[in-house]
Design a protein around this ligand. Structure first.
Ligand SMILES: Nc1ccn([C@H]2C[C@H](O)[C@@H](COP(=O)(O)O)O2)c(=O)n1
Length: 203
């Protein structure tokens, strides 16, 4: 309910009376979601390319994340992460491509039945044609990517062709900051310092 003013009162703006201590350097949404995809990529055991994906709904809620890895039960000790160009084997059964589940596919599968219609997918690497099919069929509407290092390969050109046909927008993401640092040591040290201060106060 609005308050009525009598003759002696002047209108005040309550927002102006607040000393605003809000942090200025908090992560914006897009950096936050892409950083989440990048953090997820850190779980990947692929020695050459680690990819992460993060799917976000229209309410800015993360509904799924994933990274490239072998399927459940297919141990990294039993299946090889090698590829034809490393010269270890010419047998396709010894190559990672036979087995690896891409980050985007894993994210979609990890959504656990949540509808992905209208969502946005953040990925550290542009989706291949197989993931593009899954992205389209699951209802994702927008793709933000960091790298498009395989842009010239037919597999990735095929994705763009499908995205264009299906009306899925795709955009290279430009971060608004240079880095996001998570320093475990600093956090532990801060807590130690606080408990030392508390002890000193009790003495
Ligand atoms: N959009 C993508 C593209 C690739 N991946 C995975 C598949 C492999 O594990 C790795 C690519 O390996 P490379 O050929 O660079 O040695 O990245 C993905 O998850 N999502």
């Amino acid at each position: 309910m609005s308050q009525e003013l009598n003759g002696s009162q002047t209108p005040t703006n309550p927002a102006k009376e607040v000393v605003n201590l809000k942090r200025k350097d908090y992560l914006n949404w897009d950096d936050y979601f892409m950083a989440t995809a990048l953090l997820s990529a850190k779980r990947s055991k692929d020695p050459s390319t680690q990819v992460g994906a993060c799917i976000v709904d229209t309410q800015k809620r993360i509904v799924a994340i994933g990274y490239n890895g072998f399927p459940r039960g297919c141990s990294d000790d039993a299946f090889s992460w090698s590829k034809p160009s490393d010269g270890i084997s010419t047998d396709p059964l010894e190559h990672k491509y036979m087995y690896v589940v891409h980050a985007e596919a894993n994210a979609i599968l990890n959504s656990n039945g949540t509808s992905l219609v209208g969502t946005r997918l953040y990925t550290t690497l542009f989706p291949c044609n197989e993931c593009a099919k899954l992205i389209i069929q699951s209802g994702v509407k927008e793709v933000y990517y960091m790298s498009d290092k395989y842009a010239e390969k037919p597999t990735f050109r095929g994705s763009k062709r499908m995205f264009d046909a299906a009306g899925i927008s795709y955009k290279r993401y430009t971060p608004t900051r240079k880095q996001v640092i998570i320093n475990f040591d600093e956090i532990i040290q801060e807590e130690l310092n606080i408990s030392l201060d508390m002890k000193a106060l009790k003495m």
